[in-house]
Ligand binder design. Structure first.
Ligand code: ADP
Ligand code: MG
Length: 194
């Protein structure tokens, strides 16, 4: 499906709202296998995105993603800030001449992989981004699909990011960045319908 500015604006606003409402949950997940700041990081980014969008309404899809990317790069920090930032920045560039939703999410996923030197099965946000891109390409995305991608991170051994220091001890916990990415794509499902 074609992503419009209207749909994408609702999508990003809902993501911001979920990040603000789930800061404690994200911090809790990151406390188990990281340094406990993922919720605080993303909440800072969410507030920056909201402020930037209120200051200047984006003229098109590309501008919306660019504003989102810059706010996240500037305010989220940690490992996740540059990764989300790269995803949205690459999506912004691509949106100049292609607004296919599945394609854009794939480009975001590829950006994270490139920036993070990561791939699927490393217990990172890629374990949500890539399956979601695949599902969108097959023509359907539901909350269950997002949820099952998120849950798949539980049994994985982390081999990238801070959680990789724990090696086998990272097993049994959800990846925090996959949870924030699940909020992103649950927001999408809510806006476009399951
Ligand atoms: P930090 O680890 O610097 O404290 P955050 O806590 O904000 O940063 O974010 C951690 C999340 O970032 C992880 O749960 C994981 O999903 C994601 N992440 C970390 N490193 C990578 C990477 N190399 N590739 C993809 N995602 C990563
Ligand atoms: Mg952290």
């Amino acid at each position: 499906m074609e992503l419009t500015l209207d749909i994408a604006t609702k999508w990003i606003n809902l993501f911001v709202e979920k990040l603000e409402n789930n800061t404690a949950e994200l911090n809790e997940l990151d406390t188990a296998i990281g340094d406990g700041d993922h919720g605080t990081n993303m909440d800072r980014g969410a507030k920056a995105v909201k402020e930037a969008l209120a200051k200047k309404a984006p003229a098109d899809l590309s501008e919306l993603f660019k504003t989102t990317a810059f706010a996240m790069i500037q305010k989220v920090g940690g490992a996740s800030g540059p990764l989300y930032g790269t995803a949205f920045l690459d999506m912004s560039k691509a949106a100049k001449d292609d607004s296919d939703l599945a394609q854009l999410v794939q480009i975001g996923s590829d950006g994270i992989k490139r920036r993070g030197q990561s791939d699927v099965k490393m217990k990172t946000m890629i374990d949500v981004w890539q399956p979601v891109a695949d599902d969108l390409k097959s023509g359907s995305l539901s909350d269950d699909q997002v949820e099952s991608a998120l849950n798949s991170t539980k049994d994985m051994v982390a081999t990238k990011g801070r959680a990789s220091y724990l090696e086998e001890k990272s097993v049994g916990h959800l990846d925090p960045g996959s949870q924030s990415s699940a909020y992103l794509f649950e927001s999408l499902v809510e806006v476009i319908g399951g």
